[in-house]
Design a protein around this ligand. Structure first.
Ligand code: HEM
Ligand code: HEM
Length: 176
């Protein structure tokens, strides 16, 4: 299975990139809205949707990480200075890792709370005793990591727009 040729990306690579990019940003925004809402039925509904869609997102992100491991990252379209190439590669790794670690920390927090784990109305784990270390670890990561990711996503987006003028790599990610 080949991910890319030097000038084109597979439809799977492009589809996964935009599903994950839009999904991650939507979950991030919904989390920030939830954080600033008063407790009540509306917040509870949004949290249920956040948990269900976040769990679905996790499955697709885990598939994507596996696909990347098998096929490697897309080849570069132009020869960047060494520091720029290393930075782009580092940022891609951080983005990829965050797409699984952020939802995993949300799942850890949910399981640790002991209120049960439901997705799309299906109970995956029944209510039980809280697991304090899991809840606290999940909460610490889930509270901080998405906010750090805002800066990383801004950096990645600015770099992608800048790079478009150098070698058209944004057009390639848009399937053109
Ligand atoms: C890419 C996926 C996800 C992103 C970007 C994300 C982002 C966020 C953000 C920014 C917050 C607000 C942080 C805060 O309250 O301090 C939040 C809260 C929360 N998230 Fe996620 N989340 C994701 C996936 C998940 C998943 C899969 C679950 C659980 C199945 C989950 C469960 C929760 C819960 C329970 C809260 C509320 C925490 C509280 O009020 O104490 N999240 N999320
Ligand atoms: C509007 C926002 C975004 C734009 C414009 C954008 C654009 C791009 C472009 C043009 C590339 C190809 C770079 C190259 O060919 O050298 C790329 C790669 C990549 N992007 Fe984004 N991106 C965005 C958001 C995101 C988000 C939110 C994530 C993950 C949370 C993400 C994860 C990645 C990863 C991991 C790669 C490496 C290639 C791959 O694994 O498919 N991107 N992005």
């Amino acid at each position: 299975m080949t991910a890319v040729t030097s000038s084109r990306l597979s439809r799977l690579t492009i589809g996964l990139h935009w599903f994950i990019a839009i999904g991650f940003m939507a979950l991030l925004v919904s989390g920030l809205i939830m954080e600033n809402m008063d407790r009540g039925p509306a917040q509870f509904q949004l949290m249920n949707a956040h948990k269900s869609l976040g769990s679905l997102f996790f499955l697709v992100a885990a598939f994507r990480v596996g696909y990347r491991m098998l096929t490697g990252f897309p080849t570069e379209l132009s020869n960047k200075p060494r520091w720029q190439a290393s930075m782009a590669h580092g940022v891609h790794w951080v983005l990829l890792a965050a797409t699984v670690l952020v939802p995993l920390s949300g799942i850890a927090m949910t399981l640790g709370n002991g209120f049960g784990y439901e997705v799309f109305g299906m109970t995956l784990v029944e209510r039980g005793e809280p697991i304090v270390w899991l809840r606290d670890m999940g909460r610490a990561v889930h509270g901080a990591a998405p906010k750090v990711m805002i800066a990383v996503i801004v950096l990645h987006t600015v770099a992608a727009i800048r790079q478009q003028f150098v070698d058209g790599s944004l057009s390639r990610m848009l399937g053109r």
